[in-house]
Design a protein around this ligand. Sequence first.
Ligand code: SF4
Ligand code: SF4
Length: 435
Amino acid sequence: MSYFRGGVHLKTNKELTRSLQIKNAQIPSKVFIPLVQHMGVPCENVVQVADSVKKGTTIGRCDKFVGASIHSSISGKVLKIEKWNHPVFDCYDGVWIENDGKEESEKFEKSNFQTSDVHTIRKRIQQAGVVGMGGAGFPTHVKLSPPHEKKIEVLIINGAECEPYITSDYRLMLENPKQIWKGVRWMAKALGVNKAILAIEDDKKECLDSMSKNISFDGLDIQVKVLPVMYPQGAEKQVIFALTGKEVPSGGGLPMDVGVVVQNVGTCFAVHQALDEGKPLYERIVTVTGKGVKNPSNLRVRIGTTFKDCIEQCGGLTEDAYSIVSGGPMMGIAQHTMDTPVIKGTSAILVLTKEDVHQQEEMRCIRCGRCIRSCPIMLSPTLLAGFIKKENLDLAKRYNVIDCIECGCCDFVCPSHIPLVHWLKFGKMLLRDKK
Ligand code: SF4
Ligand code: SF4
């Protein structure tokens, strides 16, 4: 059974880490913290070389609405400000900080739930640098500030985590359910909604128990719903349709257009830490996994720690390690080096072996239509890729390439191994550049 059209059944491979408790990763001797960690406007650095910083000191600030602050994840000294590797943008400006081993921290004042107004809540979330922790990295306060004409009726908490291998949200729901609900309460207040629905996939029954048992406050209509295991069940549009039957409009529509805001469970946890504990977002849970890692683990990692450090703490690479991906196998980004930092959106570091990576020669399209049947957005990937190859962007736009959520289902099912998502991403990028 599926609650949305298209999609694919995947081997989840979550057994590598699902039973493993979150461990604190070692604090690195130095970190590189890029000044772009979210969608929207990048930050400007507000520190200089040789400045002393603490854990939680603001090192990057963005005064524009679609931006969120960036903080030091260790205490120490600013070593350098330079361009270095970035897991999404290949290379970006950032701040190197050398650890002084003191672990001194700088926190914000804790917020009082009863007396905080919605503007203060949103401002605090922005100052604490909270962005979507599911991977997209959209600044959270923006999603919590819908325009007046958009009445939000329901807050959806996304615990579906449908990407194979990744178990960071799963462990968070098992180990920190109360803290996640506290974050939900803040978000509901910021949005002025009294209804929240938590979505969990059917293969995470333990989370259903843990989250249901720990709802510890009144005044909010909370439902916990189980969805069938199907990729990409956790994508925003799919989870909204599955839970409410509403369809986000094509052509750049947003969940708030149908009265919904979706937040990932990790984001709820970060909001709780920002407001109840005054702790900025400078660490996150990362699943380090795949057959190419000796001891897969769920680690609590300081932002700016390198992938190499994380992998070494998991016993290092196996002999047949072949490819390193930031994120999951469907939507993740292949890396050319392990010397790249964990950022706020790094939910997983996946190391695949040669056996996992099926490099097969691309063949001609045989017009089988499988890509069309698998597309959860009802696009025609084969047609769109053809338009983009011929640089016919007007037709690609008319056939809604912009709606592609880059889920990878079409690539996965294509018997001719055509890199459809590559073409669709390329087309979207060209259209954005044309604006
Ligand atoms: S990557 Fe885009 S075109 Fe391909 S199946 Fe997903 S949404 Fe459809
Ligand atoms: S799945 Fe591949 S071969 Fe089949 S129609 Fe789509 S692009 Fe062509």
